[in-house]
Design a protein around this ligand. Structure first.
Ligand SMILES: Cc1cc2nc3c(=O)[nH]c(=O)nc-3n(C[C@H](O)[C@H](O)[C@H](O)COP(=O)(O)O)c2cc1C
Length: 369
């Protein structure tokens, strides 16, 4: 029987032979923000081995405060864009599809860090998630320019030949900071008491991107309930709230929703549909009808936060994932650490070589193999 993972998927101009997506993973191996040949080859190896869509590591937009690390690739300087063009060409040569994940860290960047240490830090309102005011809130005009910077990057992505684009709206970075009531205390159109009000920033980004790219160019939004500042944080606590929140993105012209979870098997609203209920991507699909991407510990038993603390993880069966995909709970499956470690992971799964899948070793973070 064909695994549901190896069935085709089509959305606008994106035509994929299977459902396996490489999750965006920062590698900090692009000196001066330029992804080199080693980065291109790293992605091309995954494309060559049956990863149908690669979401690149977060790549930063043209606001000086977008990045805290000069080794994170940027998406606005000429050398970096040339490096990305090389990445696209190498991935395409292996038959893969690829989207950049466009990123702004917001207040996660410490003042004085990154490629432009003198640039001010961008934020929704200069407040930390504990409610401490640490910098001035940006003006409405400055927020408008942040919106334009995302759209510039998306337009550039299409020009360079990428197949689609993903906006990083998750994990407590800039877009997510706007969603979060603790950090967004604005009293202009970008703030407000409801989650829908605070989604105006993302809405403007999506609408501006839509205006700047071709109608057939898919736009993906990644969002998460959890934040790196607080794993238990939740933006939407009821399906009604989630529906209203996601409608903002649908109205903004998003094509695919990428619901980031740390463990895909965890139900989004267990109080509604039980311990084995729909996960985040499942609810997003049910509430919007859009295709969705699930993610979180695919093929592994331990979650990725531990990877940053140097911890490995054992392997985990894909049976339940394949069943859920076959039922149509979600459409695509993003795989992080398993693919970071093993470029042949997807091919091994396809060929039933599961005995060759190894435990995840955090040491794999040190190389671009
Ligand atoms: C080294 C590393 C870097 C990551 N960088 C990013 C990133 O740049 N953007 C993002 O949205 N998520 C990032 N993530 C999260 C992954 O995309 C993914 O959601 C997470 O690892 C869970 O998938 P996994 O359990 O299959 O690894 C990163 C994860 C790891 C392990």
């Amino acid at each position: 029987m064909t695994s549901s993972l190896f069935t085709p998927f089509k959305m606008k101009s994106l035509d994929l032979p299977n459902r396996i997506v490489m999750a965006p993973m920062t590698r900090s191996k692009s000196p001066n923000g330029v992804p080199g040949n080693d980065v291109a080859d790293y992605y091309a190896r995954r494309a060559e081995n049956e990863v149908s869509l690669i979401l690149t590591e977060g790549t930063t937009i043209r606001r000086g405060g977008a990045s805290n690390d000069p080794n994170v690739p940027n998406f606005h300087e000429a050398d970096s864009l040339a490096g990305w063009k090389n990445v696209v060409e190498k991935v395409h040569a292996k038959g893969g599809k690829i989207a950049p994940q466009i990123w702004h860290m917001g207040m996660v960047r410490k003042a004085g860090s990154g490629p432009y240490p003198d640039a001010p830090t961008d934020s929704p309102s200069g407040m930390t998630h504990t409610g401490k005011a640490v910098i001035d809130a940006p003006t409405s005009a400055e927020v408008d320019d942040m919106v334009l910077a995302y759209a510039d990057a998306a337009a550039e992505a299409e020009k360079l030949g990428f197949d689609c684009v993903e906006v990083h709206g998750a994990h407590g970075y800039l877009v997510d900071q706007f969603f979060w009531d603790m950090m967004n205390k604005r009293d202009d159109k970008f703030g407000g008491t409801s989650l829908v009000d605070r989604a105006s920033f993302a809405s403007d980004i999506l609408k501006e991107i839509r205006r700047r790219v071709s109608p057939g160019f898919p736009v993906i939004l990644r969002y998460s309930q959890w934040k790196q500042q607080d794993y238990d944080a939740r933006l939407a606590t009821t399906p009604q709230d989630l529906e209203a929140f996601l409608k903002v993105f649908v109205d903004g012209g998003v094509d695919v929703l990428h619901a980031s979870q740390r463990r895909y098997w965890e139900p989004e609203f267990p109080e509604i549909d039980g311990e084995h209920g729909l996960n985040g991507a499942g609810w997003a699909k049910k509430l919007t009808g859009l295709p969705t991407i699930t993610v979180g510990s695919v093929g592994l038993s331990g979650d990725f936060i531990k990877a940053f603390q140097g911890e490995g993880s054992g392997t985990r069966s894909l049976d339940d994932l394949e069943e859920r995909l076959a039922r149509g709970e979600f459409d695509l499956v993003a795989v992080g650490r398993a693919l970071l470690q093993d470029p042949e992971w997807a091919r091994k799964v396809h060929e039933g070589r599961t005995d060759e899948l190894t435990d995840y070793d955090a040491a794999s973070l040190t190389t671009l193999s």
